[in-house]
Write a protein of this length. Sequence first.
Length: 275
Amino acid sequence: MIGKLSFIPLLTMLAAATLSDSTAHAAMSDWANNEGGRMRLVALAADAQGHIRAALQIEPAPGWITYWREPGESGIPPQVSPAPDSGVTLEKTSYPTPKPITVGAIQEIGYDAPVTFPLDFRVSSHPPATLHLTAFIGLCKDICIPFQTEFSLPLPAAGQSTAHEQALLDAADASLPQAPSPDFAVEDHRLSPDAKTLSLRLTLPEATASAPSIYVTGPAGYVFFKQANGTRDGKIFATDIAIGKLPKNYDIKGKSWGILVIDGEHAMETTLAFE
């Protein structure tokens, strides 16, 4: 199924929300806790190019889930916002390979186990002594709880040992989908003239009989994953993805959409450019 991002009524969610301040030791914050789980911030010192390598760790409580960048038919995608006028901007949030999650009749995309989102910040001038930001995520079970926390994390001095934090960040990077390669790639993509069907031809890493999971992210708030007419011939897989209602007057020309393909233990992420 496809659709624009939808939310459980805000009043219901806010009734269970928790807002807390987390001021912590260098390189790793204390855990901020919520009924549905907990989260913390990990960061290294700014490098010579003005980048701060960091990550948001989330641990849902048993039976709870949190979400990928496009959560599916309901849910709240993670948001990380540096403090205004801090001289720090968030250049990129990366997402480990998610899983499909069915809640009743609702199809969602996310995580039901601990997950770490790598973050790449850029410093506009002098590296700050403290990284100030707000993290906002959704944690869902029978209801969806918005969980917002303000972090104030003292950054380590350049050259200070941060081996534990480095290992956490390296493990998070290792959990990310791979880039396209000769044995795992999108060979062709075509959107039908009525913009209702996206036809794909893929090279997959293994010759098996099963169909891969495919998530196509279009305009912000839209994700498409309903497949039809799938055929697999060895490592070649062709399928059609149903594209639902797009924003009014949406013009695909010149746009780039994202695609995530999960084939067994392998995952690949890239973009689809439309001329």
